[in-house]
Design a protein around this ligand. Structure first.
Ligand code: GRG
Length: 300
């Protein structure tokens, strides 16, 4: 299979996992479960779960003859649930106040604000319940996965990055250091966690987990710089979310701080560092390498 076919197969696997691991849309309270599914099943690149599956695949064939490895799909679903909760809450009027996400009205527009808060809360909670359930026969692994996701999603990383981002809105301009803190925590931490969780499921040794962390950090920085570039240069229809919002909200971005050319250069440097890290990983790294270069060229 070539890369586009492999990527499509991985995304399809994630979509099937989401459908199978989420409460049904008609299950009581139906409004809440329908809102969770509305946000989760309504598109999205599925980057984080695809990264998790790719990292877990590096360990193929499983070490230990005849040993059946853990299924990475529930963890991939958990990561996407957590990411989607953060998008729902980020779109709320009290945060980024956006009407469009993944090409559709945001959850608080399609439903209402209280339902959007609860749907986000429920997806966040579901992520950890799913890890506990799906890996209950492997308690050490379940514990490591919960720790990794909890760390990335908590106040020192995802939520902390969001807090500093909101605090930065009132300022004329954030410093390069403040901007890097926001990007490393709001964006890169979840990419790091996705790769490390895949590595944990593949039972990779600590040095490889550290390399996956470096890879996620560099991919995350590149991803966010490209996000800033696209916000400044692409249109709303292409992005499936409101374009030009950073400038309108007076946000400091890589583009505002360093200009388009330097931002493109930074994104390339981060991608190159990610590729250098991937080169030292075990197994067949073709998919991960090509995913990294494809992410660097994305236009949406
Ligand atoms: C509310 C705790 C909390 C956090 C919000 C996700 C987030 C943090 C903010 C959204 C705005 C933003 C630019 C975040 C940086 C990370 C990012 C680029 C998210 C969008 O991820 P994609 O492009 O989205 O992978 P899809 O829809 O493809 O999954």
């Amino acid at each position: 299979m070539d890369f586009p076919a492999l990527l499509a197969a991985s995304v399809a696997r994630v979509e099937t996992g989401l459908d199978c691991h989420l409460p049904g849309a008609t299950e009581r309270p139906a409004r809440l479960h329908a809102a969770m599914r509305y946000s989760l099943m309504g598109g999205g690149k599925r980057l984080r779960p695809v990264l998790l599956l790719a990292a877990a695949d590096l360990a193929k064939p499983p070490v230990g003859l005849g040993e059946v490895g853990a299924d990475p799909l529930p963890a991939a679903v958990a990561v996407e649930c957590l990411h989607t909760y953060s998008l729902i809450h980020d779109d709320l009027p009290c945060m980024d106040d956006d009407d469009l996400r993944r090409g559709r009205p945001t959850v608080h527009k399609a439903y209402d604000e209280a339902t959007a808060v609860l749907a986000g809360d429920a997806l966040l909670t579901h992520a950890f319940a799913l890890l506990g359930d799906a890996y209950s026969d492997r308690p050490t692994l379940a514990n490591a996965l919960v720790r990794e996701l909890g760390r990335a999603a908590g106040s020192r990383h995802l939520i902390g990055g969001q807090m500093e981002d909101l605090l930065g809105e009132g300022k004329a301009s954030a410093t390069a250091d403040e901007l890097e803190f926001i990007h490393l925590n709001k964006t890169a931490a979840m990419l790091e966690a996705s790769l490390v969780m895949g590595g944990l499921i593949g039972d990779l040794p600590e040095p490889h987990l550290a390399t996956l962390r470096t890879t996620g950090r560099q991919l995350g920085l590149a991803f966010q710089i490209i996000d800033d570039i696209l916000d400044a240069t692409a249109d709303t229809a292409t992005l499936g979310k409101t374009a030009g919002k950073d400038a309108k909200d007076g946000k400091t971005t890589y583009v505002k701080l360093h200009g388009l050319e330097a931002s493109r250069r930074f994104a390339t440097e981060c991608t190159d560092r990610a590729l250098a890290a991937i080169a030292s990983l075990p197994g067949d790294t073709f998919f991960l390498r090509t995913l990294a270069t494809t992410m660097a060229k994305r236009s949406a």
